[in-house]
Structures are given as C-alpha cells and as structure tokens.
Design a protein around this ligand. Sequence first.
Ligand code: NCD
Length: 310
Amino acid sequence: MLECKSLIAPSDLSLTELEKLIALARRIIQNPARYAEVCKGKILASLFYEPSTRTKFSFDAAMLRLGGSTLGFSDPSTSSTAKGETIADSARTVGQYADLIVVRHPKEGTAKLMSRYAACPVINAGDGGHHHPTQTLTDLLTIDHYKGNFSGLTVGVCGDLKFGRTIHSLTTCLARFQNVRFLFISPEELAMPVFVKEELDAKGVSYTETTSLEGCIGELDVLYMSRVQRERFISEEEYLRLKDYFVLTTEKMALAKPDMIVMHPLPRVNEIATEVDADPRAVYFDQVKFGMYIRMALIMKLLGMEEPHA
Ligand code: NCD
C-alpha cells in the first residue's frame, strides 16, 4: 500500500514510491494478462467536471484491464452538481459507492477538498492550472523508457508554462532527481509561475528562461511541448495573440540532438506541426499508451493490491 492515501500532487509520492510504480508498470507492460483480474470486484468512480479524452479513458481502460469496474460522469450537468450539491457532499456520497475516486475540476484545490470528505482514496486528474500528478507519472514512465534515467537530463518545457498544470507537476517532480537542468521556453506573458520557481530555488535546481525555441532546442534531451490553455485566459484577445507563439516544425527538429525526444500531454492544437509526427523522436502518441499502464500500477497500489501469483 502507498503511504499516501490520496494522490493530489506528485510530492505526495516519495522517490521510492515513484520508482516502485514505474517498475510495476513495466512488469504490467511485459505481461498484462497476469494482472487481468487483480482488481476484480473493485469500482473506480471518475468525476470529470472538465473535458478529457486521455485521462478519463486511460483510467477507465486501466481499471477494466485490471478486472474492475467503472462508473462516473464526464458532464457535470448530468450530476447533482447542477442542482447545487457541494463538492464535499458529492465526495461523501461517491465514496460510499466506489473504492477509488478520480476527479478533474477547473478549480484549484478541488481534489484535495474531496480527499477530506471521501471515504476512499482520491486521485487528482487535474485541478485548474495547478497540478496533474498522473500525467507526470505517465511522463516519467515515458522518459524512463526512452532515456533510461532522469538524472543529468536537460529538459525544455515549452508553451503555456503559466497555466499548464502538467508542466507544474512534471517540473517540480523531475527537480527531485539529481542534476536535472530546465529550460523554460515561453512568451513572457506565460512564464513559469512563482510557486514552481520557488520550489526549484529551494532545491537549488538550475533553470533558464527564454522566449526562443530555436535558440535552445539543440541543448535538449527532452522537449516537452504544451498547448496554450485557452480556457484559463481571461481575455480571448490575449489568447489569440499568444496561441501560435511556438510551432514545432521539421525545420526546428533539424536543429535538435538525434536522440532528443518530443513529448506532449495532448491535446495538441497547433504547437506541433503534423509533419513532425513521422519523426522517430516524436513520442507523444506512445506517451498516451504509457499513461494507461502507469495508471494500472497506481490503481493497484492505492487499493493495496498484491502482485498476482505467476
Ligand atoms: C492535459 C490537461 O488536461 O491538463 N491533458 C491531459 O490530461 N493529457 C493538457 C492539456 O489539456 O493541455
């Protein structure tokens, strides 16, 4: 069983727990059939108050592939939220039906709030522009697969660093490994927020801020692209001005190391030209698949499920 009952931010997991989750995900990838019934009789509830494709489906698929069942909604207007029910009361209720709750909500802090009231573990599947820890687990498994380790990497994160919750979670998590160096690539208006930079400063982690992707792409081992988070802008005009600030093209890829990998949590809007998809360094669609396996590992651990007998 994991020490933390719920997963709200990546810091809820120790480095040992992260490593164990990655190791379990790798064992599942090797032999998925072995895990096909480990969660038989268990129920996962997914409450999505914001749109999702990958996170929702990968959690559902993960639970189904472990032999468990799922329930939930992806449109809050079909739930009692539309009648004015509070998050606390919804958590108290759903916790009576399910063994595990996955929640995504536009408001920062919602998953933490739910975890205080639910009688089962809660997983944060994205709370506003704050954190998205299971995307980080996905990203770590992907980096581990292609790079073999985290220490010593130069990681460029590019796009909307202000509102991108996947970026906040990944950066603060990777900063816990030795010698990781960051390049924060964004327009000035979408720079990395202070709460992330303070965490890096406290750990003595090195980072450089730049507005030029071309200027630094050649230094990177990992390029993590992200979309401009339209739904978090107050001004549509500002969004339209910034949305196409960075577009990764084959021309820019020609400046990168031959073994750099390009990641993206998806959905992509316009920030990676489709011509880049054919480049073997573009791994964002494999990243999607890793997301399901690491969530299988996480579900097993949070539910305290033992490794099945061979
Ligand atoms: C991300 C999210 O929801 O924060 N998507 C995802 O979960 N894979 C990224 C995004 O929406 O831009």
